[in-house]
Write a protein that binds this ligand. Structure first.
Ligand code: COA
Ligand code: AMP
Length: 631
């Protein structure tokens, strides 16, 4: 069986065009492509140029035409409201075509951008699919971001329309979206013509002159048909953290994306049309785009959409209740969610109370899966627990166990093996292939397979600089790790300023930019420090301005509030230390690794380049007893 993997993998690298042309047969094309792989603008590669299709047609209409109209397409299970809503493919077609009509009536057409700022409700999926139906480009913004982050995205994407809801539901609080949107619009230079607002009963929003009520917009609309788009036309933009406060607008195209995602549903996740698939993520993240919305729907599965948390809504058994209730066959979550569950239910008593006989496999991603968590889940669930590694940029897993092709042993702590299409290498500092087992930068040989980001929105040069120049001929993933003797890839850390907090990707640089705007802060550095549940959390080191005599606790409190206000609660920024000076090299580079190790309580050495070890002593004193720095 492992041979099927080896064969598919070898073929995908040897004959990529034949491999992906075959996969493309799963998609309904309006007109077929002229070239499978277009390298005329290398290193910017395009897939299926000349082809036309509609992604919404492939995700919805064709299943209704094929007789799946009465099958649930979406099951919205809200632990926050206690309600469950099933949307069949026929209903999804109706909702989507009418909402597309509403958008079209507001002037949205092919190529126009629409920002979707919504909580986990089926209407968020309807809005995404309606954009795809029109050939408009959606950009979903995660609800945990603050107004300032939304404003940045509004200015970069320049949407014609923004779709939002009156509120999101977080444990213990109802988050009003409308005031955040208004603040963002006041900050942004660009103004959309209309905002469509979905009213949720938990908190209704007051509508202003620019606003249209969702229900009224839909009631007045005529259903809109699918608009043919080019395979290389953009389907969506999804912003993600980079090294600076300016997020990167990851672009996804229509053709390659549809081909790659439908291929992964069978080959990687091992599911078919009619199967129940659940990605416990949020539509605001790439996992939500790929595996709550497009992947399962392209494959004709039933996709579960869960609103709630793994613990506390109401307890650590909520995931297992959802699996039992909807007979979930394949599930996907982040290790942080399992750690949170395990802390509450270490013996798995809550797991034992549910009938999980439908569950065939659990996939993990978003951060490295620590072996203890994987072993715990393997033991308690009794199904394969498969770590797989991917990024917003890649749109689908670079490494995994391809359940539909092969099974091989799980090595807890590794992210398993490269998927077909991915030529993964570990490079040393000189850009040469590292020896087996050696840690280095992980890169993927170009061209990347279909479905991966062809560029950044309006920023080809930034794309080239960020990913293609460090190792010519390769895509630099920004992750470091090694490949072991059996070919398993171990993804260990980022090579840049990105940190992973509870499976959410954050930029320490963006947090530093916000902190530096505080009038009393002269200099700062943010490092990701270990957290038992969230994997990492940001910790800031703050130097206040000379002659500054304010109470440190007050400065820290203000710094925490500032980050929450400017980046959002999702930054989980709660800790900061005021220090005299930051540890730096003679050339002025802040020693982030040293800061992180100190904060984690790991042994550290003061590099010879540090002029003044007293600074480190001071920080160590604030953090509690630590290994004494050595010279
Ligand atoms: N809208 C508004 N606020 C949000 C939000 C949203 N969509 N998502 C998170 N937040 C807020 C939370 O309410 C919390 O606010 P608080 O500081 O007032 O408590 C803050 O952002 C931090 O949220 P989070 O990091 O999610 O922490 P948590 O303590 O609420 O939950 C976990 C911890 C581990 C249970 C949770 O992070 C989790 O389930 N993570 C999995 C993430 C995931 O699925 N990632 C996708 C990759 S597969
Ligand atoms: P995002 O773009 O938000 O999906 O975050 C991508 C980053 O998360 C990657 O570059 C990795 O640093 C990290 N990541 C995602 N999945 C894994 C995994 N399975 N193992 C290790 N790191 C992961």
């Amino acid at each position: 069986m492992a041979d099927a993997y080896a064969q598919a993998y070898a073929r995908s690298l040897r004959e990529p065009e034949a491999f992906w042309a075959e996969a493309a047969e799963q998609i309904d094309w309006i007109s077929r492509w002229q070239r499978v792989l277009d390298d005329t603008r290398a290193p910017f590669y395009r897939w299926f140029t000349g082809g036309t299709l509609n992604t919404c047609f492939n995700a919805v209409d064709r299943h209704v035409r094929a007789g799946r109209g009465q099958q649930p397409a979406l099951i919205h299970d809200s632990a926050m409201t206690g309600r469950c809503r099933v949307v069949t493919y026929a209903e999804l077609l109706d909702l989507t075509s009418r909402f597309a009509g509403a958008l079209a009536a507001l002037g949205v057409g092919k190529g126009d951008r629409v920002i979707i700022y919504m909580p986990m409700v089926p209407e968020a999926v309807v809005a995404m699919l309606a954009c795809a139906r029109l050939g408009a480009v959606h950009s979903v913004v995660f609800g945990g971001f603050a107004a300032n982050e939304l404003a940045k995205r509004i200015d970069d994407a320049t949407p014609r329309v923004i779709v939002t809801a009156s509120c999101g539901l977080e444990p213990g609080r109802v988050q009003a979206y409308k005031p955040l949107l208004e603040t963002a619009l006041a900050e942004a230079a660009h103004a959309p013509s209309t905002c469509i607002v979905l009213q949720r009963p938990e908190l209704e929003a007051e509508l202003g002159p620019r606003d249209v009520d969702w229900d009224e917009a839909v009631a007045a609309a005529a259903p809109h048909d699918c608009v043919p788009v080019a395979a290389i036309d953009p389907l969506y933009i999804l912003y993600t953290s980079g090294t600076t406060g300016q997020p990167k607008g990851i672009v996804r195209d229509n053709g390659g994306h549809a081909v790659a995602l439908s291929w992964t549903m069978k080959a990687v996740y091992g599911v078919d049309a009619g199967d129940v698939y659940w990605a416990a993520s949020d539509v605001g993240w790439v996992v939500g785009h790929s595996y709550i919305v497009y992947g399962p729907l392209l494959a004709g599965c039933t996709s579960v959409m869960f609103e709630g948390k793994p613990v506390g809504t109401p307890d650590a058994g909520t995931f297992w209740r959802v699996v039992e209730r909807h007979r979930v066959e394949v599930m996907f979550t982040a290790p942080t969610a399992l750690r949170a569950i395990r802390r509450e239910d270490p013996a798995g008593e809550l797991i034992g109370r549910h009938d999980l006989s439908s569950l065939e496999a659990l996939f993990l991603a978003g951060e490295r899966s620590d072996p203890e968590t994987v072993n715990w889940a393997l033991d308690k669930l009794g199904v394969p627990v498969i770590d797989h590694w991917w990024q917003t940029e890649t749109g689908w897993p670079i490494t995994s166990i391809p359940r539909g092709l092969a099974t091989f042993d799980i090595r807890p702590g590794s992210a398993n093996k490269p998927m077909p299409g991915w030529d993964v290498v570990v490079l040393d500092e000189q850009g040469r292939p590292a020896e087996r087992g050696r840690i280095g930068a992980i890169a993927c040989r170009l061209p990347l397979p279909p479905g991966t980001s062809p560029t950044l929105w309006n920023a080809d040069e930034r794309f080239r600089e960020a990913y293609l120049t460090q190792f010519p001929g390769y895509y630099a993933t920004g992750d470091a790790g090694c490949i072991d003797e059996a070919g398993y890839v171990h993804v260990l850390t980022r090579t840049d300023d990105v940190i992973n907090v509870a499976g959410h990707r954050l930029s320490t640089g963006a947090i530093e930019e916000v902190l530096a705007s505080h009038p009393d802060i002269a200099e700062c550095a943010v490092a990701g420090v270990r957290d038992e549940i969230k994997g990492q959390v940001p910790l800031a080191f703050l130097c206040t301005k000379a002659g500054h005599r304010r109470d440190e606790t007050e400065v820290v409190r203000e710094a925490v509030a500032l980050v929450r206000d400017r980046i959002g609660p999702v930054a989980a920024f709660k800790r900061a230390l005021v220090v005299e000076r930051l540890p730096k090299t003679r050339s002025g580079k802040i020693l982030r690794g040293t800061l992180r190790r100190m904060a984690d309580g790991e042994p550290y050495t003061v590099p010879a380049t540090i002029d003044d070890p007293a600074i480190l002593d001071e920080i160590a004193a604030k953090l509690g007893p630590r290994t004494t720095p050595t010279g």
